[in-house]
Design a protein around this ligand. Structure first.
Ligand code: G6P
Length: 611
């Protein structure tokens, strides 16, 4: 959802900004742009390109005027205004030689634009961002920081911005509300970016801005205030990301790397948290709320996209094993629906990035109504993580591929630990708990056995890639897995796919089945195995091609399905951790075979920080 990076220091800014843009490209890739204060002339040089960061890089190749030690750069995911060069950032003002980059949405831009037009400003784009650049310009009286503060007092909406001005060649002003922004502190230099991935190569000392923080950076100083100019003391921390974690490391795509990283990621997720001997889960983040959680009357899990599918599995587990009524809901619906939150309600926000605008707003709504707010989040220190009462981090490492994979299995793992934490306190015996923990502990090795079949899964997938409509069917715990399998295929291979409970097929979608239509069944051994077998027969008798994900040793299914992908046996509640892996691989290989850019699927952004 737009990536921003800015630099002030003593080194040439262009390569630092370009490298930063490449790291942040997963956040948006409709267009990119850069502005540098040219060292020799003191003039601001700006250029932009529609398309990927590589297009901008090509355009700036060898351009001497882009040599300078102060600059800003942006990679865009379009919201207001089409994907054109005129709408790409940075945006310039028309009076003082200032430029601005922005991630977020200025909601009252229309009224501000009319006001600014009356003041004589001439606009060249359709964006809300240009309005903010002009507003700062309108208020500028020789002090960039104060003009930015003044402008931000007038706007509503979300922003992470960086602003520079020809008249103040030793100043970079950045600010945030709603959209993430971090300041990396180096030796006589600062790198500011939407996330740590663009900072960590330069410094590991950094702080995240809080809402309404405005930071003024010069080559030798840093000062933080709020939009009313009240001083603020930032909390500087040590970044814990390892550069290797954000490199491809020999893989062709981040998505493939992240699928293959799952055994290691899930080992990290459970590490130190499963006390099998004592039959209890150790979740430090929840310890302080253990009493409240035990008395919980209802749990609401809210999320978007893949995280919602993980939440749905969490809901099944919580009701089944901990016997607490639970529900899931799209955060975007929950927040506007006037939901009933009774006493004793716990809301769990599930999010990889911890920045999804709808999930954040749903969480605020629930807290406002008195719910205890928990987070199941991957990005440490992200906005949702900071706004919850407590939570469990996934610890699966940075996820860069836009299609979420290891975060999904991390979320399901974290939710299963939360379930056991609750269940053990309410009704589950130590032995039962230990049995499930043992199963959870073995999941990484079992996933590895599925990954070892990747080439075979690729060959199966390639047989069907010409088909434009697919079905994904599962029941019980694997109904959400079916939804996730369909979402993965849609996201990166642009094949139309529908996921649904296998039994629902008869109530309409069965009309779609024609000769050769691929239907992926999650048909592992479990309570509803026989029912799934009947559903498979229904598809076969109408000409559909069945690809079954089944439990190792199941020979019966090989007689029914055209293709079978076997996964190791595992306790049913956590079976989605295994059954989803072949679906992730199928989506990946389908996208590659169809020639798509797997890590940057069209129209998508990894983290959606606008409504
Ligand atoms: C976007 C991404 C999805 C992701 C969803 C929720 O739509 O493209 O992959 O599942 O946001 O993101 P979150 O960071 O909250 O898990």
């Amino acid at each position: 959802m737009c990536g921003i990076v800015a630099y002030i220091g003593h080194r040439n800014a262009k390569p630092i900004l370009m490298e930063g843009l490449k790291r942040l490209e997963y956040r948006g890739y409709d267009s990119a742009g850069m502005a540098i204060l040219e060292g020799t002339t003191g003039r601001l040089r700006t250029d932009r390109a529609v398309g990927r960061v590589a297009m901008l890089e090509e355009k700036l190749e060898g351009r001497q005027e882009f040599e300078g030690t102060l600059g800003v750069a942006h990679t865009r995911w379009a919201t207001h205004g089409g994907v054109t060069e005129a709408n790409a950032h940075p945006h310039r003002d028309d009076r003082h030689g200032l430029v601005l980059i922005h991630n977020g949405i200025i909601e009252n831009y229309a009224a501000l634009k009319t006001y600014l037009q009356e003041k004589g400003h001439r606009f060249t784009s359709e964006t809300d961002t240009e309005v903010l650049a002009m507003l700062i310009s309108e208020l500028y009286e020789g002090d960039l920081e104060s003009a930015v503060q003044g402008a931000l007092r007038e706007v509503t909406g979300a922003y992470a911005i960086a602003v520079i001005c020809e008249k103040e060649p030793d100043t970079l002003v950045v600010a945030r509300k709603g959209s993430p922004l971090m300041v990396g502190i180096g030796q006589g230099e600062y790198v500011v970016a939407s996330d740590a991935s663009a900072i960590v190569a330069h410094t590991t000392q950094a702080f995240a801005l809080d809402d309404y923080n405005v930071v003024k950076l010069t080559r030798s100083s840093l000062s933080t205030s709020d939009i009313h100019n009240t001083p603020v003391t930032p909390k500087v921390t040590q970044l814990e990301i390892d550069l290797q974690e954000i490199e491809l490391g020999g893989y062709t795509h981040f998505m493939l790397k992240e699928i293959f990283e799952q055994p290691k990621a899930l080992r990290a997720c459970v590490s130190g948290r499963l006390d099998i001997r004592e039959g209890r889960v150790v979740l430090g983040g929840l310890a302080a709320y253990a009493k409240e959680l035990t008395k919980t009357r209802r749990i609401v899990l809210t999320a978007q996209g893949t995280a919602l599918h993980a939440a749905m599995i969490g809901r099944y587990m919580i009701e089944d094993l901990a016997k607490v009524p639970a529900q899931t809901e799209y955060a975007s619906e929950f927040r506007y629906r006037n939901p009933v939150i009774e006493e004793g309600t716990v809301v769990i926000a599930v999010s990889q990035s911890g920045e999804t605008a709808d999930t954040l707003a749903a969480l605020h709504e629930a807290r406002e109504r008195g719910a205890l707010a928990l987070g199941v989040i991957n990005v440490v220190g992200s906005t949702i993580a900071r706004d919850t009462d407590a939570g469990v981090y996934l610890r699966v490492g940075p996820e860069i591929g836009v299609a979420s994979t290891k975060a999904f299995t991390g979320q399901v793992t974290a939710l299963s630990m939360i379930t056991l934490f609750l269940a053990r306190k309410r009704l589950m015996s130590a032995d039962q708990c230990a049995d499930l923990m043992r199963e959870l502990d073995q999941v990484p090795d079992k996933i590895q056995r599925i990954l070892d079949q990747a080439q075979r899964i690729a060959r199966i997938t390639e047989r069907y890639i010409e088909r434009e409509n697919w079905l994904f069917l599962g029941r019980g715990y694997n109904y959400p897995t079916a939804l996730e399998g369909a979402l993965k295929l849609k996201e990166i291979s642009y094949i139309h796919a529908e996921g649904m409970p296998a039994a629902e097929m008869k109530h309409g979608p069965i009309a779609l089945i024609n000769e050769g239509m691929p239907a992926v069944f999650i048909a592992n051994r479990g309570r509803q195995y026989d029912k799934v077998m009947s559903n498979i027969q229904e598809v076969r008798s109408r000409g559909g091609h069945v690809i079954a994900v089944a439990t190792e040793g199941d020979e019966q299914i090989a007689r029914l399905a055209q293709d079978v992908i076997y996964v190791p046996d595992v306790a049913e509640p956590i079976s989605p951790l295994l059954t989803v892996v072949p679906l992730q691989l199928m989506a990946y290989y389908a996208a590659v075979a169809r020639g798509h850019d797997v890590d940057k699927p069209r129209n998508l952004a990894k983290s959606v920080t606008v409504e």
